[in-house]
Ligand binder design. Structure first.
Ligand code: F55
Length: 830
């Protein structure tokens, strides 16, 4: 560090950041002309984006450094959020808004001949996630910083994020997402590296007093290199850190020994194998497929992160027993569960603590968030694979299991079966490590992400564990979304209107303040301004639709939107069958009757996991229906069916503010929470949905007259499924007509869709599409009717927005802080 007497000189020279439009322009031009080595003659939009980002990045770095120094100095408890996915989207717009300088940049850019939207649009999305789970992590980072919590995110720096989706001849085609060619938002820390070991053997060595220690040796080493991303809070100088690990061959680019021995090829091969670890995000959501590389990713990231956390703790020279007073680690699903084992290994094998003392520290440190009850999504790893890759960790897992089962046996001495049921090792062929059970045993709190979901995990998949630990270990933290990105950034005009009516921007930091809007629902003038904004947002989406699909849609039509990952449990098939039903109904009408109908645009968007054949069939059907309906002269504007390709965060920012109604129609009991439901309502759209996930709490908050609920309840699902398989299964007659039309070839080769039809008719209709079809159709009729009365419709939208305060991720983070992490916010002095 700089010696004390020289620090004054240092401070005089410190960067200050720009002020005002002129200051911004100066920084922008400086970056174009020096950092980018360009001139006014070749400054295109890409260069202007780069320079604008660099100017804002400079601002962030100042706060970021100060925040990190302050956190080190205060040495208070930190939260570490471990997530294999951070679906961040774009950073520039967010940075401008959080710093509060977007208008400055807009004016400066315009003076230099650029439109700010075009500049913002140059940025690649940081798409390091699949869907809800990854986006939740991103919203949490925003809230943690905005609320001044000392918190770090830890993830993997994938070279390829979620694939880009193209639609060719109506089918999904995956294209790699190489997003890193210019990324001003990350800082490589080539000096922050950790060596990560894989494979090898374990040897026991006797120490003094008959104590044995395990030595893990041999195998191979891969190096983890830190890349840091600043996370600015809104209207605060707190700027937290997201640390992403990238893999590299240890010993630099080549293994010099091999290289010098003339073994050039294998030295390059080693390098490539090492780099493969952080090369690509696995594109499955809610499906686990035990691939070795995925397990390698998990351990690589977890071990690097824990090493970093432990290194930071050790700097404070505190005794180990204070570890959990200084460190809270939250596991975003079971993907980072090996962190539990790794911390136990560090404490016992390396730091020499006794097993029990170490285990106490471990269990007080971790919290585990579950995001699904779907059996196919529960993570399990073959014992053999873990043994091969992480031999010492498998031993520790067996020991954890042994002590745990001994405790269970004592508690339930006459129950043999419970041991088999709760064992971390599933005695199957091959044996499997059940990661969720390991996560429960190694954490002090387990939470679900919406009330129904948290109840379901307690009564179904984790029932035995509630018996063992008592109910207090299990809790609920209903998900939330950041109002900064999902209202202020995505819907600037609505945000502005709200601010002008309720006395300023405070609601962006305390979303419950939206309740002041409620009294305005009956104000005619206000409703008019509100509708104008919704219309403008629909025009903006119509433009995007035209650009991406070539189809012209009428912004005056009712926009009905379902955007999310394509999955049978989310039931896009129910939606498209409903659309076909609507089409057939319209076709059967006389022209006069048709004229009385309400025009509708049905918008779909979402990616299918590349190996999920049925999801891809659903995409194909949506596109096939679109090409028939959109070109049918009888129908015209009465119905358009759009599949928007490559749904991602930046498109969501355009889509979400433009809905009249959005669809959240999962089979009851399958969608843990959903978060887009919250985003749509917050942006003044109503929703049609099942009694599932957070829809239930949304209903409670906004009132059941402001939501269109339909379908069977979670408690009835099991019986219905049973009846399908063991009783007589009759298909809804209207749905049958839809199937018959598909079988006639109206939407192309019937064979293409036969599996979707068979799933309902012949394979037990697991997702209850037929059971819910009638009430779905009837409820959509109610939607049409309600929409005809625009005054009442808009009033419903306003009242709903006014009552959405609960769904801020700020509320959610405060609940985690209080009930799981035991931390308090600490503001940075600037
Ligand atoms: C990704 C990879 C694996 Cl291996 C498993 C699951 C996922 C994934 O993307 N899950 C996911 O997005 N889950 C969703 O989490 C949201 C946030 O809690 C919930 O709102 C949503 O209901 C749930 O499906």
């Amino acid at each position: 560090s700089i010696p004390e007497p020289q620090r004054e000189a240092w401070k005089r020279a410190q960067a200050q950041g720009f002020r005002g439009k002129d200051g911004f322009e100066k920084e922008l031009v400086r970056h174009v002309e020096t950092t980018l080595a360009r001139s006014m003659f070749n400054c295109d939009e890409k260069a202007a984006y780069s320079a604008t980002s660099l100017a804002f990045r400079d601002q962030l770095i100042l706060d970021w450094n100060r925040t990190q120094q302050n956190q080190t100095y205060r040495d208070s408890k930190r939260v570490y959020y471990l997530s294999l996915e951070f679906l961040m989207g774009r950073a520039l717009d967010n940075a401008m808004l959080n710093i509060g300088q977007k208008d400055t940049a807009k004016a400066g850019l315009s003076e230099l001949g650029f439109r700010i939207e075009d500049i913002i649009g140059q940025e690649n999305d940081a798409a390091l996630g699949n869907g809800g789970l990854g986006r939740l992590a991103a919203c949490f980072l925003d809230s943690l910083a905005s609320l001044d919590f000392h918190a770090w995110g830890y993830g993997l720096r994938y070279r390829y994020g979620i694939f880009k989706q193209e639609i060719i001849d109506g089918y999904q085609v995956e294209v790699p997402d190489y997003w890193l060619d210019f990324n001003p938002w990350e800082f490589p820390r080539h000096d922050v590296t950790v060596d990560i070991q894989f494979f090898g053997n374990v040897r026991k060595e006797s120490k003094e007093q008959g104590k044995e220690v395990a030595i893990w040796e041999g195998g191979e080493i891969v190096q983890a290199v830190a890349y840091d991303v600043p996370i600015p809070g809104y209207n605060t100088s707190t700027t937290n850190n997201l640390r992403l690990w990238s893999s590299k061959a240890s010993g630099g680019e080549f293994d010099f020994q091999k290289f010098n021995n003339g073994d050039y090829e294998s030295s390059v091969a080693d390098q490539q194998r090492a780099e493969t670890i952080s090369a690509v995000l696995y594109p499955n959501d809610n499906l686990e497929r035990g691939k070795e590389l995925r397990l390698k990713q998990q351990y690589f990231w977890v071990a690097a992160s824990l090493h970093d956390i432990v290194r930071r703790f050790k700097k404070s020279k505190r005794p180990w027993k204070q570890f959990a007073d200084q460190v809270a680690i939250q596991l975003n699903d079971t993907h980072p569960t090996l962190a539990i084992v790794e911390l136990q290994r560090i404490l016992v094998d390396i730091e020499g603590l006794e097993w029990e003392e170490a285990w106490d520290i471990v269990t007080s440190t971790f919290g585990y968030t579950n995001h699904t009850v779907l059996p196919e999504a529960l993570e399990k790893w073959p014992v053999g694979l873990v043994q091969h890759l992480l031999p010492r960790h498998l031993q520790i897992i067996y020991d954890i299991n042994l002590y745990f089962l001994q405790q269970v046996e004592k508690q339930f001495p006459n129950d043999r079966d419970i041991l088999r049921r709760v064992s971390i090792i599933e005695e199957s062929q091959p044996k499997m490590v059940r990661m969720a059970y390991l996560a429960i045993v190694g954490s002090h709190k387990v939470n679900g992400v919406a009330e129904l979901h948290s109840d379901l995990i307690k009564t179904t998949i984790f029932k035995d564990f509630v018996e063992i630990y008592g109910p207090d270990k299990f809790t609920n933290v209903t998900n939330g979304i950041t109002p900064r990105r999902w209202l202020h950034q995505a819907n600037p005009r609505l945000s502005e209107l709200i601010a002008s009516k309720i006395g300023g921007n405070d609601f962006l930091k305390d979303l419950t303040k939206l309740n002041k809007l409620e009294s305005l629902a009956e104000d005619k003038e206000f409703r008019k301004e509100w509708s104008e904004i919704k219309y403008a947002n629909k025009v903006r989406l119509a433009k995007l639709i035209k650009e991406l699909t070539g189809v012209t849609v009428n912004p005056a039509a009712l926009f009905d939107i379902q955007v999310k990952r394509i999955h049978e449990y989310k039931r896009q098939q129910l939606n498209i069958f409903g659309v076909i039903h609507r089409y057939l109904t319209l076709k059967a009408m006389s022209p006069e009757e048709r004229k009385k109908q309400l025009p509708r645009v049905s918008v779909f968007g979402g990616k299918a996991a590349p190996g999920y054949w049925m999801a891809k069939q659903i995409i194909h059907l949506i596109n096939a229906v679109g090409s028939v309906v959109n070109n049918d002269a009888d129908i015209g504007d009465l119905l358009k069916v759009i599949f928007l390709p490559d749904y991602n965060v930046s498109k969501a920012e355009i889509i979400t503010p433009a809905s009249d109604i959005s669809e959240h129609i999962s089979t009851a009991g399958t969608e843990a929470s959903g978060t887009s439901n919250m985003k749509f309502v917050l942006n003044g759209g109503l929703i049609i949905g099942t009694c599932d996930g957070a829809n239930i709490e949304i209903t409670r908050e906004i009132g059941d007259n402001n939501i269109f609920l339909f379908g069977n309840l979670a408690e009835d699902v099991e019986d219905l499924r049973h009846a399908h398989n063991y009783g007589s299964h009759t298909i809804d007659p209207d749905l049958n007509k839809v199937f018959e039309e598909m079988e006639k070839g109206t939407f192309g080769t019937p064979h293409d869709f036969s599996a979707m039809v068979a799933a309902v008719r012949h394979h037990g209709d697991y997702y209850l599409v037929s059971d819910d079809f009638h009430s779905y159709i009837e409820t959509h009729k109610l939607v049409d009717e309600a929409y005809r009365n625009q005054d009442e419709w808009v009033a419903k939208c306003i009242v709903s927005v006014a009552r959405m305060g609960f769904f801020s991720s700020d509320r959610c983070i405060n609940e985690y802080a209080e009930s799981i992490w035991n931390v308090e916010p600490l503001a940075v002095k600037s």
